[in-house]
Ligand binder design. Structure first.
Ligand SMILES: C[S@@+](CC[C@H](N)C(=O)[O-])C[C@H]1O[C@@H](n2cnc3c(N)ncnc32)[C@H](O)[C@@H]1O
Length: 309
């Protein structure tokens, strides 16, 4: 079932509304061919049989959770929503703008000495100590560090991303992301980590397949809508759990406040929310689950009762 929810204010107050990474005014695009969020965080946090509100994105989390829960998947980008819906019916993965940009970056791998053989060895490792040493000794070269930090300067990122996507990112994201990668190698065996592999290998590489991505029809309710508008229109107590991806990155402070209120309105008593961010954690954040997320991208993975937010 696909439902469209109109926003009477037209502008939602979030850059995601444009459906594009860049600042141009072209039509919305498929941004994500897969998700880079470890859905096992949600699978562990949400009690079985929960009524879940999920951001659809590429559909991976909604599909994974639909096994044990009743899922409503919402996306502001009609192209992304239609793709998630296709995937829930078993359609194969497609390449989005995110994967195309990563593919461009991968063209530089041979120049920094990163070869397929090295990745084959690294991404099959099961021992975190061994993979951390391999990273330090073989892959984390000075050439890599210099190239990565240069490619991720704000000046260069601004050529690709609209300014609002960069506002909550750490200013020098290169060293921050490299530290997040190291954290991942020390905690999660590569052999069972499709999220790490998906950042380094091409999207059609079989090593990037996710075991949880079983092609089956999942009874998910889909809606093309801005999350806040959708939730404001729901009956109070409609959802036991929320997985909001990192939609707050790229949104205005006013929109964030509105969405929090909308979530509280639609939440059942004791409802839980999972919220991710590229930002580094604030001092006030009492508990960060970022170490448990096998995707190395995140600075914050918040798992909290909606009432406490
Ligand atoms: C926040 S993005 C980030 C992608 C994500 N980190 C992943 O790994 O797939 C995920 C999706 O959220 C959608 N989105 C962003 N803000 C939204 C909003 N306010 N309401 C509904 N969907 C939104 C985007 O269109 C996009 O498809």
């Amino acid at each position: 079932m696909l439902k469209h929810v109109e926003n009477p204010d037209r502008s939602a107050g979030t850059r995601w509304e444009a459906g594009r990474f860049d600042a141009s005014s072209g039509p919305p695009q498929l941004l994500f061919g897969r998700m880079y969020e470890d859905s096992e965080i949600e699978a562990t946090a949400f009690p079985r049989g929960s009524r879940i509100f999920a951001i659809a994105s590429a559909g991976c989390t909604a599909i994974r959770l639909s096994v044990d829960h009743e899922v409503t998947a919402v996306d502001i980008n009609p192209v992304q929503l239609a793709y998630a819906q296709r995937r829930a019916r078993g359609a194969p993965r497609e390449t989005g703008s995110a994967e195309r940009m990563m593919r461009l970056g991968r063209n530089a791998f041979p120049l920094i000495g990163w070869t397929r053989q090295r990745f084959d060895k690294f991404f099959r490792m099961e021992d975190t100590g061994e993979q951390f040493r391999y990273w330090k000794d073989t892959l984390d070269t000075q050439r890599f560090r210099r190239a990565f930090d240069t490619a991720t300067t704000q000046a260069l990122l601004r050529l690709i991303y609209a300014r609002s996507f960069l506002e909550r990112m750490p200013r020098h994201i290169g060293p921050v992301l490299r530290a997040r990668l190291e954290r991942c190698w020390t905690l999660h065996p590569n052999a069972t980590n499709p999220y790490a592999r998906s950042l380094f290998l091409d999207s059609d590489d079989p090593l990037t397949d996710m075991p949880s991505e079983v092609a089956r029809y999942a009874p998910i309710h889909f809606a093309c809508a801005d999350a806040a508008t959708y939730l404001e229109g729901c009956t109070p107590g409609s959802f036991d759990a929320f997985t909001l991806s990192n939609i707050f990155d790229g949104a205005t402070a006013a929109y964030r406040e509105r969405l929090m209120l909308a979530m509280k309105h639609a939440a059942a008593s004791g409802a839980i929310a999972v919220i991710r961010s590229f930002a580094e954690p604030d001092a006030e954040l009492s508990q960060n689950y970022v170490s448990q997320d096998r995707s190395p991208l995140w600075g914050v993975v918040q798992v909290a009762e909606v009432e406490s937010l």
